[in-house]
Write a new protein. Structure first.
Length: 128
């Protein structure tokens, strides 16, 4: 069989398809595994403690809003370079949480997460 451009392109497509199928099979096999538990490292420095502290008791993250934050919105997506996952967190008031939705669906991957978590000490009353 002669070495032609069409043959090389076909081999490259087949190799890419096989690689993709292997990756998907690995992902499916790992889907039964639980996610590792997150254990934050102890914070020594006051400045670091302020930036990494849970946002409870803070004002809403949206610019110009002074309402107290009632929820934390979490979104985990694939970094644009494909090197790893990025987790974005924002403390929002009730009104701004209702407006929030997934924003990075174009960087979604099997471990993609979008969730809204209430602060444990916050009681939210539904508007009538």
């Amino acid at each position: 069989m002669a070495d032609t451009k069409r043959g090389r392109e076909k081999q490259a497509r087949n190799a890419e398809r096989r690689r993709w199928e292997r990756e998907m099979a690995d992902e499916v096999a790992r889907s039964d595994e639980s996610e590792p538990e997150f254990e934050p490292e102890p914070v020594d420095d006051e400045e670091t403690a302020e930036t990494e502290a849970e946002p409870s008791g803070e004002a809403c993250h949206r610019r110009g809003c002074t309402e107290p934050a009632a929820f934390v919105v979490v979104e985990r997506y694939q970094e644009e370079t494909g090197q790893g996952a990025v987790e974005a967190r924002a403390a929002l008031c009730v009104d701004h949480t209702a407006e929030e939705g997934p924003t990075n669906l174009d960087h979604a991957y099997p471990g993609y997460v979008f969730r809204v978590e209430p602060f444990p000490e916050t009681t939210v009353q539904k508007p009538e």
